[in-house]
Design a protein around this ligand. Structure first.
Ligand SMILES: Cc1cc2nc3c(=O)[nH]c(=O)nc-3n(C[C@H](O)[C@H](O)[C@H](O)COP(=O)(O)O)c2cc1C
Length: 363
């Protein structure tokens, strides 16, 4: 099993949902960076469970402990290790899942791949809980990016069939992204919150779940980050984003919308602004051409599936008896993953962008 990623900034994630702790190791960071713990804890709180009606009722403090790589609040340049303790575990709820795998969770595929030795409790290493370490690592990367004038952020774009206002892909600002990144339920148009919450609540009341999309952006990126073909910005960013459990779609700029456009509408026509910078009137390419940043805002859309663990009876198979069976899932689950996934996806984007920045002009 491989749970690490990155070329120059390397992230490894470890732990299991109901083990003693989860965490991550971040290698390749520059020395001398003062860690803003308040900013880090604020990001952790956005993802933590049990804080909002749209989330699982599991209660975890989610206080990250930095056990290596930081002395007196400043990075030493050594590998930075973070652990986050697990405390609120109710493992008996998962006893029957080893024999009766949950539809659309990883239980069946993992049981076959690891010969039944994988930790099933709380989803084990496949749990969304593992993303807490990614948020902590991302918060540190965000601080370093900020010093380089780069800001990352995002918002909930859709929940089920409820949509809110997309970013203006030409005019996203750092201040806008910063403001969104401090919110628990981040929206450009706060009026959409009530409808989105109602969509989640209705799923919850029906022992069901609902999916959605988030839209991420990064501004302040220099022109020229990335590479053609296999190590482009799209490749590097989507690689880490697909590592986040429940992510099933990633697109950049107009994405699949390009398929129904003509070139005359799709092309981002260019001009010199007052400072002599090359800009574009539109940003359908999402800030990337040929795998390389254009200097326009980076725009990424991410689709998140409905939480697989739902309370309704579902058809599955009994791996022990070899017969078809019916499963009723117990335990505490998010009726919608989207709000808690947003800070994770922002963090993942920050880690990927810092890695690209650290790679410089590698080809
Ligand atoms: C923040 C977060 C929370 C999640 N919470 C749950 C949950 O409560 N129940 C569940 O079945 N899946 C949850 N998931 C999703 C599963 O971990 C994921 O669907 C599963 O590991 C299978 O992976 P895949 O959906 O990427 O194929 C969560 C994911 C994230 C990112």
């Amino acid at each position: 099993m491989k749970s690490s990623i990155g070329e120059k900034i390397k992230l490894s994630v470890f732990g299991e949902s109901h083990g003693p702790a989860i965490g991550c190791l971040l290698e390749g960071l520059p020395s001398g960076v003062k860690i803003d713990m308040d900013a880090l804890l604020a990001q952790m709180a956005r993802r933590a469970p049990g804080r909002d009606k749209t989330a699982t009722t599991r209660k975890e403090a989610d206080i990250p402990e930095i056990i290596s790589g930081v002395v007196d609040g400043v990075t030493t340049g050594a590998p930075l290790a973070i652990i986050i303790k697990n405390s609120d575990t109710k493992s008996h709820n998962y006893d029957n899942l080893r024999d009766n795998p949950r539809p659309s969770h990883a239980d069946f595929a993992a049981a076959v791949k690891f010969g039944g030795a994988n930790d099933i409790r709380g989803g084990g290493h496949f749990s969304g809980r593992l993303t807490a370490g990614i948020v902590a690592a991302g918060a540190i990367c965000r601080q370093i990016l900020k010093e380089e004038g780069i800001t990352v952020g995002g918002h909930i774009l859709t929940i089920g069939n409820v949509a809110e206002t997309s970013f203006d892909p030409v005019n996203v600002t750092a201040a806008q992204l910063e403001a969104l990144s401090s919110k628990l339920f981040a929206l450009n148009n706060p009026a959409a919150e009530e409808l989105m919450r109602a969509e989640i609540e209705s799923a919850r009341l029906e022992a069901d779940s609902v999916g959605g999309c988030v839209e991420l952006a990064a501004v302040g990126l220099p022109v020229g980050l990335g590479n053609p073909m296999f190590f482009g910005v799209e490749n590097v960013v989507s690689n880490i984003l697909y590592g986040i459990p429940a992510v099933k779609g990633v697109s950049f700029g107009a994405g699949f919308g390009y398929a129904s456009m003509r070139g005359s509408r799709a092309n981002d026509q260019m001009y010199y602004d007052d400072e002599g910078n090359v800009r574009a009137y539109t940003n359908n390419c999402g800030g990337i051409t040929g795998g390389i940043t254009t200097g326009m805002p980076l725009i990424v859309n991410v689709a998140i599936k409905p939480t697989p663990s739902i309370g309704q009876p579902q058809k599955t198979v009994n791996l022990k008896t070899g017969e078809n069976s019916t499963l009723v899932i117990e335990g505490r689950h998010d009726p919608c993953i989207v709000p808690r996934a947003l800070p994770v996806l922002e963090a993942a984007l920050a880690i990927a962008l810092l890695d690209l920045l650290a790679q410089g002009d590698r080809v």
